[in-house]
Design a protein around this ligand. Structure first.
Ligand code: DOR
Length: 430
């Protein structure tokens, strides 16, 4: 670890302090010691301390992904904590929150401790685990949420396996309220989805694939908002994909209900058309939707209805994705394309750069109660340096992630992480 160093000449954007200008950051012992935006106080080149010259680059608080699948324990053929956190670093993420659908499920403190220990020895970034809401994610009996919270879990979710029983969901929201952590809901009425594999509509009919109607998501968003209202528990809606969800969340926020929401880059970048050649790399749950959903999601990102951009990084083995569309697992490997895809929103004028950094760093930290997403003095030196002009072609074979499953193969994205600073290490990204 470098004990002391400066980052100078970079354009610093830190919504937590309202900073959007050129300046310098002084780092000491892995912590931010000071941030100066006035050029007059600039460090001299002759200074003996190491200087990272960020001329022409943007300097952001490290990104925080509140929805990641790291697959360990149990599915190390898809991803490990080592490879998943390296993928995070490459994408500019300094903290990730792994979902509990591992094997065994992270539904007790022993698994939580295993994940944290493993990350301590093998991980490159910080991990804040998300524990299961119910034992084995079976939706029948609440897991030991308090014990998991004490062990380090920052939220609870049965992601991938919606909690279908409303009484259990009511209890989860009521119980988690006591220790003020959010319940992250994968909103899907499993019965209505009825093993569908893509968005329901004309295209699913043409392709002969079973569809999932938007109502499958919307119904559960509505239910969970009602249960949040009933219990006063904090609800966070995962991976919003429909305009119906947007409408319900907007209305709930207006009524003062304690709900927050996230979407993922694939839900504002591509439609169901991406699966038309039976491309299993575009198979994801919830499924890719229609243009009108993309428009609604963009509007929701703009007006604050959607607080967070999360990756839902869901790596799968290439052999699994090579199965027939019906049988291939759902998921997109997202950590290494999230920034480039999200910066398109800035280019389109949907978000300002501060707005984007808020959604990818500060807001998830606030929702989860993490001391992250800021460059304030005293904070961990989690810093992402980005070349906003650098174009790069998405080539899954070059991902750090073991999951090569991306529907964005061959896309040329503008804006790339060139350096990530985390846990006292400086990662230069080529
Ligand atoms: O597409 C998805 N993949 N959606 C989920 O909810 C789970 C995830 C996974 O674990 O692969």
């Amino acid at each position: 670890m470098l004990k002391q160093f400066f980052i100078k000449n970079g354009h610093i954007v830190d919504p937590s302090q309202g900073i959007n200008s050129t300046g310098e950051i002084f780092i000491e012992n892995g912590k931010i010691k000071s941030v100066k935006v006035s050029k007059s106080q600039s460090v001299k080149d002759s200074d003996t301390k190491k200087v990272i010259d960020a001329e022409g680059l943007y300097v952001f608080p490290g990104f925080v992904d509140m929805h990641t699948h790291l697959r360990e324990p149990g599915f190390q053929h898809k991803e490990t904590i080592r490879t998943g956190t390296l993928a995070a670093i490459k994408g500019g993420f300094t903290s990730v929150c792994p979902m509990p659908n591992t094997n065994p499920v992270n539904d007790n403190e022993a698994v939580t401790e295993f994940i944290l220990r493993k990350n301590y020895s093998e991980g490159s970034c910080y991990i804040f685990p998300i524990g299961a809401v119910t034992k084995g994610q079976r939706g029948e009996e609440l897991a030991e949420m308090w014990m998991m919270k004490k062990a380090g879990c920052v939220a609870f979710s049965d992601d991938g396996m919606p909690v279908m029983n409303s009484l259990i969901m009511r209890r989860a929201l009521g119980y988690s309220k006591i220790f003020d952590v959010p319940i992250i809901s994968h909103c899907e009425d499993i019965n209505l989805s009825d093993k569908g594999v893509m968005n329901e509509g004309k295209l699913s009919t043409l392709l002969g694939l079973k569809g999932v109607p938007c109502a499958s998501e919307d119904i559960m968003v509505a239910r969970d908002i009602m249960l949040s209202e009933l219990t006063g528990g904090r609800l966070h809606i995962a991976h919003v994909s429909t305009k119906g969800s947007v409408r319900l969340i907007r209305d709930a926020k207006e009524r003062g209900i304690r709900v927050t929401a996230e979407t993922c880059p694939h839900y504002f970048s591509i439609t169901e058309a991406a699966v038309k050649d039976y491309n299993t790399n575009a198979k994801v749950n919830p499924p890719l939707r229609r243009d009108e959903d993309i428009e609604a999601i963009k509007e929701a990102l703009k007006d604050g209805t959607i607080d967070v951009i999360a990756t839902d990084h869901a790596p799968h083995h290439t052999d699994e994705k090579m199965l027939e569309f019906d049988r291939a697992p759902s998921g997109i490997s997202g950590l290494e394309t999230a920034l480039g895809l999200s910066l398109r929103l800035v280019e389109e004028g949907i978000l300002t750069i501060e707005g984007l950094i808020g959604k990818i760093s500060l807001n998830p930290s606030k929702i989860l109660g993490l001391e992250k997403g800021t460059l304030k003095a005293g904070a961990d030196a989690d810093i992402t340096i980005v070349d906003m002009k650098k174009e790069h072609k998405v080539e899954a074979e070059r991902f750090e992630s073991m999951g090569k499953n991306t529907p964005f193969e061959g896309w040329v994205l503008k804006g790339r992480t060139v350096m990530t600073i985390c846990k006292g290490n400086i990662f230069e990204i080529s």
